[in-house]
Write a protein of this length. Structure first.
Length: 260
């Protein structure tokens, strides 16, 4: 008999149900005003999702996130690949990346606001910075791991350096690159919300912070649920795309494994 884990989508649903049950119980036991019962937050979801202004704010957030993520991926993958295949490029950019990497990207928001204001450009730039570093790192590691014999074979076939990068290094490094992109997607969501909570004009983070200011804690937790659902949905879509793109690299087992 197959276990419950064999039913697609059931384990995550059970985990969410368990979390909601613990949340409901904790709210009733502790009676904290800042921790409304789970059913109140869930009841607020239709009100938020049916409000046009709230929907426009959420769509604004998704637009910024999409732009920042796309630009970061488009610029970071080539840079990471070049760093992985060229010591000169790596030695030039490594010190800069080592300085930027440990700095929380949201901490740069006040400085960026001084330079660019509090509009879309500043928030998108913070998202871009948050996504770029993991994508560069994983692209670098993926390119560095490519066997030299493959590149020698490509050179022997008359491929130029650029052609070897596109036809050999990029496909070989793709599984590692997509791992970095998946990490970057999560960071894009985090930096998006954080930047909107700091520069409060529009977006999901703006709704969340305004509700917190006015003591509307059911709305605060409802927005947290919406943001969490956005993250789960985007990650699931990306993982499905990743599995298709690098299906050739996934281990295939002809014989069912048993750990019993």
């Amino acid at each position: 008999m197959k276990g419950l884990s064999a039913i697609p989508g059931l384990p995550p649903l059970l985990a969410c149900a368990g979390l909601l049950a613990v949340w409901e119980l904790a709210s009733r036991v502790f009676g904290i005003s800042g921790l409304p019962p789970a059913h109140e937050a869930l009841r607020e979801l239709p009100n938020i999702l049916s409000d046009k202004e709230s929907l426009f704010n959420i769509l604004d957030s998704m637009r910024r996130m999409a732009i920042g993520f796309s630009v970061a991926v488009a610029m970071s993958i080539p840079l990471g690949l070049m760093m992985g295949r060229s010591r000169t490029v790596a030695s030039f950019f490594n010190p800069l990346l080592m300085v930027i990497y440990p700095v929380p990207k949201a901490a740069l928001m006040p400085i960026i606001m001084l330079w660019l204001g509090v509009g879309d450009i500043a928030k998108t730039l913070v998202i871009f910075l948050g996504v770029s570093l993991p994508v560069i790192y994983h692209s670098f590691e993926g390119a560095k791991a490519v066997e030299e014999k493959m590149l020698w074979s490509g050179a022997a076939m008359g491929l130029s350096a650029a052609q070897r990068m596109i036809r050999i290094v990029l496909p070989a490094a793709l599984p590692e690159i997509l791992t970095g992109c998946r990490t970057g997607l999560v960071l894009a969501l985090i930096t998006m919300i954080t930047s909107e909570m700091i520069a409060r004009q529009s977006g999901a983070g703006n709704i969340l912070f305004n509700a917190l200011d006015m003591g509307q804690y059911d709305t605060v937790f409802a927005m947290i649920i919406i943001v969490g659902a956005m993250g789960i949905g985007l990650d699931a879509l990306f993982e499905r795309m990743r599995a298709r793109l690098v299906k050739w690299s996934e281990p295939q087992f002809d014989i069912p494994l048993s750990f019993s």
